[in-house]
Design a protein around this ligand. Structure first.
Ligand code: PLP
Length: 379
């Protein structure tokens, strides 16, 4: 017997329930790949790339080893050179910035809005003041799309190469338009916790530009243009046949239903959570998030109290992210620039709590989360 607290735990992600749903399709996918005798860059990868491209929608998808690699390869195909500055957000997975640094760029950080999303007015001001900045990597954080019309306007006005980090925003829309369709290139991740999560690492470079796609295909495969012909210095970063088969046969067919379920939980939380000390992130009317994460915000001094209250009531919670990227020790050794003190991003990092939201969360569990938050004695 499991102790009560474990038995009643509402998890941030529930991979065991996921396995119960997808297991037989995964077994079938493994069987097919095993029978084919072909494990790297074969028909399964090509078929998944085509399927994911029509889902996105985009002309070209290139499957790679991770979301980190996808961003780095995207920067390379988009022409980043050593020392180029790349405007981005200080509130994201560290991978967004790590990709910039690894590609030889210099990250420039501007503040977010009060909800943690990149502040596009602020970005506009930075680009106005620093016309030498040619690259922008916005992040559709928590699965909330940034204003895609404004992003497109920024891209045109400042003649930017725009690389959208869509690791968290698979399926999210702005006025019905999907994220990852405004930039010249987009990158996403198939890390297990992501909305289109594989059973291991994976990622994709997504673009409407055939030249970019062709170059990304070479770069993921040691920079080979043909077998044993290395035209440039690339990576070993190939989505493998097994994961391509699992993604296309077990994950993609369910992605629509799963996203719908995530959205239903989000709307349940948005209408059910009522607490004077807990701030919610209500999306603007044009935005339809994909329910990747459900962030709420409290004062920094209160965060531990709410998280331990949730834990006592069987509810797991997370923090996205406890530190700004500019506060990470790893950035101590490389050049970067912050535009101002980043007060909004710092406040989000200090007080954000992520509540459980995933495709296998039951309605009763969502109610358990709401009851736990609403009953929190904040004082
Ligand atoms: C997960 C994530 C990444 C990195 O993806 P990996 O596949 O884990 O390398 C990059 N950016 C954001 C916003 C992410 O959430």
């Amino acid at each position: 017997m499991l102790p009560d607290v474990v038995a009643s735990s509402v998890l941030l992600n529930d991979f065991q329930r996921q396995w119960t749903e997808i297991g037989s399709d995964v077994h079938a996918a493994v069987e097919l790949v095993g029978t084919s005798g072909w494990y790297i860059l074969g028909q399964e990868v090509r078929d998944f790339e085509a399927a994911f491209a029509s889902f996105w929608p985009a002309a070209h998808v290139v499957g790679v080893g991770s979301g980190l690699d996808a961003i780095e390869i995207a920067l390379r195909v988009a022409g980043l050179r050593l020392g180029d500055r790349v405007l981005t957000t200080p509130l994201s997975a560290f991978a967004t910035t790590l990709a910039i640094v690894r590609a030889g760029g210099i990250p420039v950080f501007c503040d977010t809005d009060a909800g943690g999303l990149m502040d596009l007015d602020e970005a506009d001001a930075v680009l106005e003041a620093e016309p030498a900045i040619r690259f922008l990597i916005p992040v559709h954080l928590y699965g909330y799309s940034l204003d895609l019309d404004r992003l497109a306007a920024l891209r045109d006005r400042h003649e930017l190469t725009l690389i959208e980090d869509c690791a968290q925003s698979v399926g999210a829309t702005w006025n019905g338009r999907r994220t990852g369709t405004v930039g010249q290139v987009a990158a996403t991740s198939f890390y297990p916790t992501k909305n289109a999560g594989a059973m291991g690492d994976g990622g994709a470079v997504i673009t409407s530009d055939l030249k970019f796609a062709e170059r990304a295909r070479q770069l993921r495969d040691y920079g080979q243009s043909a077998k044993y012909r290395h035209d440039e210095l690339g990576w070993n970063s190939r989505l493998d046949e097994l994961h391509a088969a699992i993604l296309r046969r077990a994950i993609l067919p369910r992605l629509g239903t799963w996203t719908e379920h995530r959205r239903q939980i989000a709307s349940r939380y948005l209408s059910g959570i009522k607490h004077p000390e807990v701030r919610l992130l209500t999306p603007p009317a044009a935005s339809q998030p994909c329910g990747h994460l459900f962030p709420v915000f409290v004062e920094h001094a209160q965060r531990e109290s709410l998280q331990s209250w949730l834990k006592q009531h069987g509810v797991q919670s997370g923090q996205h992210y406890p530190l700004l990227i500019t506060q990470q020790l790893a950035l101590g050794t490389v050049p970067w620039v912050a535009w101002g003190d980043l007060p909004n991003a710092a406040a989000v990092a200090a007080g954000e709590i992520s509540l459980p939201i995933h495709p296998h969360l039951r309605d009763s569990e969502a109610e358990q989360v709401i009851t736990a938050v609403n009953s929190w004695p904040s004082k």
